[in-house]
Design a protein around this ligand. Structure first.
Ligand code: 5GP
Length: 180
């Protein structure tokens, strides 16, 4: 594995996003919605960088039936507890790849009557987009490479989320995982 974003780079980037969000949502009724499980590390770092806003948080778990590595059809494993109607909603997602998860989530929140729906994403694989999405307002890193990334919340087969840096998996890492 090789480091893509170090913990210091991640924290600097998240501090910048937090400052922007704090400025944009001052005085607003902010409901932050995390998409589990990938959001956990990014969201917990980002939340504490948002100053001057009395944010509420909630979570959704959406499961996709994967065809290969692509997410296709979605179902709710855990839906929101919070009232969304009339609220300013900010989705926090770890990564946008094909855009399917985000498009589904944005449509769901719009249907629930949110006053506004914005998105904060740590890593945006913009060139992989396959469906139209409402562009994320807060983007940590734009990622153009093909390699799969892990660490800082990103998993491979459920593992590696606890790593403090973001890494790119290399060929030999897949072999180690498969032979374990
Ligand atoms: P989308 O619906 O945008 O295609 O995919 C979003 C999901 O794909 C993410 O929540 C994540 O589970 C997975 N994903 C896409 N690319 C990567 C990657 O490079 N690393 C990891 N760990 N997950 C990825």
């Amino acid at each position: 594995m090789k480091i893509l974003y170090s913990n210091d780079e991640l924290k600097t980037c998240i501090r910048r996003l937090g400052a922007e969000i704090g400025k944009d949502y001052r005085g607003k009724d902010l409901l932050v919605i995390g998409l589990l499980k990938g959001c956990v590390v990014f969201m917990s770092h980002l939340l504490v960088e948002i100053e001057g806003v009395e944010a509420e948080i909630d979570f959704m778990t959406i499961s996709s039936y994967k065809h290969g590595t692509r997410s296709e059809d979605f179902k709710f494993v855990q839906d929101l507890d919070s009232e969304v109607k009339g609220r300013d909603v900010l989705i926090m997602e770890d990564i946008i790849d094909t855009g399917r998860t985000l498009a589904f989530t944005q449509a769901h929140l719009r249907n629930l009557g949110a006053n506004s729906v914005a998105t904060a994403v740590l890593v945006y694989k913009k060139s992989n987009l396959e469906v139209p999405i409402e562009e994320p307002k807060y983007v940590g890193f734009s990622y153009e490479d093909k390699e799969f990334i892990v660490g800082f919340g990103f998993d491979y087969g459920g593992k590696y989320r606890n790593l403090s840096n973001v890494y790119q998996l290399e060929e030999k890492d897949y072999k180690i995982y498969l032979s374990a």
